[in-house]
Design a protein around this ligand. Structure first.
Ligand code: HEC
Length: 120
């Protein structure tokens, strides 16, 4: 019995070490990526996730929907406000933009604006 437990512990230790070895570089990359952008709020980053379904990961669209990656904070904020108010014609963006406060729009625009600048 004690032998089995010891063996299990060893297996556990090896598994955890292996997991840590494989996940930490990826984790470190993620942390440094978000950590370097002190200006971007986590709330903006969270809200921006709702755009990925249509505009692609990081706003890089592979399909018919325009990419929003690489566009400036100012451009994105203006576009979203215009969609929200109806000044800019749209199929879905007007409906989508109406769900966000002006502050949310600012944070989302800031997130994508900073994202484009960082990796350009
Ligand atoms: C349901 C799919 C969908 C979602 C979700 C979505 N979009 Fe869009 N977006 C579109 C489509 C389609 C267009 C083209 C305009 C239209 O017909 O509504 C567009 C256009 C845009 C444009 C104009 C692009 C340009 O080149 O001028 C911006 C900016 C934009 N979206 C930002 C966002 C942001 C930011 C979010 C997340 C808060 C978002 N979109 C979420 C579908 C979507």
């Amino acid at each position: 019995m004690p032998l089995t437990n010891k063996h299990l512990l060893t297996v556990c230790f090896i598994t955890v070490s292996a997991l840590m070895a494989t996940t930490s570089p990826a984790l470190a990359g993620k942390i440094s990526r978000t950590g370097s952008s002190a200006k971007v709020s986590p709330r903006g980053q969270m809200l921006a996730l709702s755009c990925s379904g249509c505009h692609g990961p990081d706003g890089k669209s592979a399909g018919i929907i325009p990419s929003i990656y690489g566009k400036s904070t100012e451009y994105l904020e203006t576009a979203l406000r215009e969609f929200k108010s109806g000044v800019r014609a749209s199929t879905v963006m007007g409906r989508h933009a109406k769900g966000y406060s002006d502050e949310d729009i600012h944070l989302i625009a800031e997130y994508f604006g900073a994202l484009g600048k960082k990796t350009r």
